[in-house]
Design a protein around this ligand. Structure first.
Ligand code: G6P
Length: 367
């Protein structure tokens, strides 16, 4: 099936802007009466395994790994299920200690990444309850090899740097969290809350996509820099890592994603007025801590840009990019968008080959 760029210059831009629809398609027909999650791909056997699950071992690579890292926060804080996340190429070459009643969960856009396939192969017969793949391709090797699969409905993703696959992976992961809540902790109120938030998510993404101008202005300020640091805390830490990965992949600027509280243990040494520090700081229960860290950076002459919402208050004279309000539970998915746009615009200003960055492949089928 051929895919056209339509009115867009690049597939990457088209795919960024497709996200409200991709998410809509991913949640379509998956909620029963907006009260419970229904996955037609799963049978009774899968539900039985989920009911027994006390630990989830996530394996993934690249952007999909970052989706896994976000979901660890969700599985643990919402569904009360312990979760570990590892990149496949490390998982395969170390001693694998299988936790009690552990489910293996592989996240992959393509379903063809060799490291993931290798991890799945190695894990067979180690005692996992079963293997579940979250994938964007129904006919892929991973789907074929694993016990169960859940599909993201992002549509074909052509840009090498993953965008809509990432946010739809997060969408499926949050639905899976709701499923576990239903089967295990039985907090039906929380389950319903998650479903309601997922239903409004496409509109929220539409809203944030309208803020492209402020993101473009930020791109104009950073495109000629050599290093950029992205900072987050809690669920926004993996989003900071994803923001850094996007910048590396398509804008060819060295970037690091770091937990903001960890800055003082090393990276603070890098700070000067030439290193943009991009901080994700929505108004949540972590904001006060984040503000202390921001002041630390400021007092060392850091070049700070804060992505936040209409309500968070900061000291005067900080560069704040005010984005729309977003409910806390779905905020990691939301903040991924301005960072994708930032990488896109930065690469655009630099004139890079956005859809096909040098040295990278869409799907890496060698180890
Ligand atoms: C490649 C791509 C990345 C992707 C990673 C994992 O490195 O360039 O964008 O995140 O593979 O791919 P997967 O298909 O397994 O999600």
């Amino acid at each position: 099936k051929s895919v056209h760029k339509g009115k867009f210059k690049h597939y990457t831009a088209k795919e960024i802007y497709e996200q409200p629809v991709s998410i809509k398609n991913t949640i379509l027909n998956r909620f029963i009466k907006n009260e419970t999650v229904y996955f037609s791909e799963l049978d009774v056997k899968a539900e039985k395994i989920f009911s027994q699950t006390e630990h989830i071992q996530i394996i993934a690579c690249g952007t999909s790994y970052h989706a896994g890292l976000v979901s660890k926060y969700w599985f643990e804080s919402l569904a009360m299920i312990a979760c570990d996340v590892e990149v496949a190429s490390e998982f395969c070459y170390k001693k694998i200690l299988v936790r009690k009643n552990s489910l293996l969960l592989i996240i992959s856009q393509s379903g063809e990444t060799a490291d993931n396939l290798n991890a799945l192969k190695i894990s067979k017969n180690l005692g996992y309850l079963g293997s579940l793949t979250i994938c964007n391709s129904k006919s892929s090797s991973l789907v074929y090899e694993s016990d169960f699969s859940l599909f993201t409905c992002a549509g074909i993703e052509i840009g090498v740097a993953s965008t809509k696959a990432f946010t739809t992976q997060l969408t499926v992961l949050l639905m899976l969290v709701a499923k576990f809540i239903h089967l295990k902790s039985k907090n039906f109120k929380l389950e319903k809350k998650i479903i309601n938030l997922l239903n409004i998510l496409p509109n929220r993404i539409e809203e944030i996509l309208k803020h492209k101008k402020s993101v473009y202005s930020l791109a104009k300020k950073i495109f000629d820099k050599k290093n950029i640091i992205f900072l987050g805390k809690g669920e926004q830490y993996p989003i900071a890592m994803e923001g850094a990965l996007k910048i590396k992949e398509i804008s060819y600027i060295h970037a690091e994603g770091y937990p903001i509280g960890e800055l003082k243990h090393g990276p603070l040494a890098l700070i000067d007025s030439n290193v943009p520090i991009i901080i994700i700081a929505p108004n949540n229960n972590l904001l006060e801590k984040i503000k202390l860290n921001i002041e630390e950076i400021h007092s060392r002459g850091g070049l700070i840009y804060i992505l936040s919402d209409p309500f968070a208050k900061f000291n005067k004279n900080r560069n704040i990019i005010r984005l729309p309000y977003i409910e806390h539970l779905i905020s990691p998915i939301f903040y991924a968008i301005p960072l994708q746009l930032l990488a896109y615009y930065t690469a655009l200003i630099k004139g890079e080959n956005i859809d096909q960055p040098r040295n990278l492949a869409k799907s890496v089928t060698v180890e």
